[in-house]
Design a protein around this ligand. Sequence first.
Ligand code: NCD
Length: 309
Amino acid sequence: MQLKGRHLISPNDLTLDEIDGILRLAHDMRQNRRAYADSCRGSILGTLFYEPSTRTKLSFESAMLRLGGQVLGFADANTSAVAKGESIADTIRVLDGYADVVVMRHPKEGAPKLAARYARVPVINGGDGGHQHPTQTLTDLLTIDTYKGRLHGLRVAFCGDLKFGRTVHSLIETLARYPKAQFYLVSPEELVLPERLRQHLERSFRCEMIECRRLEEALPHVDVLYMTRIQRERFFNEADYQRLKNSYILDAEKMREAQPNMIVMHPLPRVNEIAYEVDKDDRAVYFPQAELGVYVRMSLISHLLGVNQ
Ligand code: NCD
């Protein structure tokens, strides 16, 4: 497995063996964190965030610092030369002289892919518009593997904004590559999975997909419930957002319908789609999930820089 020097724009850039290698190293980093504390000393991670982020940016920074490396970047494009009209191509050509690996989040789909064309160092997509979010997918896979012990043969419900949710798009397309995946797609009519993605899943993987409007239809049947927020910033008008924002709210009463060993995941941030009372339920793993994101990013950075293999 040779990931050194490669870009990560979509989870499809990785084979299942490569994903497995990243997860295995992440598990080990979690068990033996100290052993890796110096492994990226002298390397710099650049973070280019053109869109708000808490977990993705901070977990990448934490990952690099825990490996003994350093970080630089911006969290608000308005404080960088972008505000003066600099193009992505120019920004990346400069930044890749300042950093050894770069993570970019951008509201425009395809922006990190464009950056990768101009960069000499690995570019990681930290989320591009409503398109892809490959490192969240790696985080999600590590979480599922940790709690369910496998990635194949799972029944997974995706609930909320399946249209704009890039975490959903990346994860469903990746889980579909594992044998015997079965998906419940729970969303309002207006926020169903994009038709092209749905057709791709059906044609390429012959996945079983069951579309539901009510969460209760899916809940008793699944091993994993993947909740997402309704993405206000991607709506064209506020009235539509207001109408749809409370479509699904998972609470303690609904959790009674679920299997005792189901897990509830969420890429976070949550708005109000999971009631706070659910946090106390042992099946709620969204906070541990956010923490696992650090280990998977430590592993990814190491692989792209060609250390710890
Ligand atoms: C997600 C994102 O940015 O796509 N957050 C994250 O990275 N953990 C989900 C979201 O914003 O709803």
